[in-house]
Ligand binder design. Structure first.
Ligand SMILES: [Zn+2]
Length: 112
């Protein structure tokens, strides 16, 4: 593992800096299909975000409290799990955020 890889790993664990991106990422997936905690942790890990259940579950509950997500119980054989999907308000919020992200992307990546 190179030094820069280690560094970028440590940096992407900076919750403060990335928490908004993580929330938008979660909201994005919740508009596409019902999401559940463990699946979302794996999805975020795929993108290089290491997030623990102790961080993700409160995040999901906060998004639900804001009215962006709605939870329901899904039966999976004998076990149940809580799944979340985006509400119309959540979709609206994501769309508004998309233009902000796009603007930021242009400035950060493509220069002004
Ligand atoms: Zn993703």
């Amino acid at each position: 593992m190179t030094a820069s890889k280690i560094d970028s790993k440590a940096i992407t664990e900076d919750q403060d800096l990335y928490s908004g991106l993580i929330r938008l990422h979660v909201l994005h997936h919740a508009t596409e299909e019902p999401i559940f905690g463990l699946g979302m942790i794996e999805e975020l890990a795929r993108h290089g975000y290491r997030i623990s259940p102790g961080t993700l579950y409160p995040l999901l509950r906060r998004l639900e409290k804001k009215g962006f997500l709605r939870s329901s119980e899904q039966r999976n054989g004998k076990s149940r799990r809580t799944v979340y999907h985006a509400t119309p308000l959540g979709r609206k919020a994501l769309n508004a955020a998309k233009s902000k992200v796009h603007e930021l992307f242009e400035e950060l990546v493509e220069g002004d």
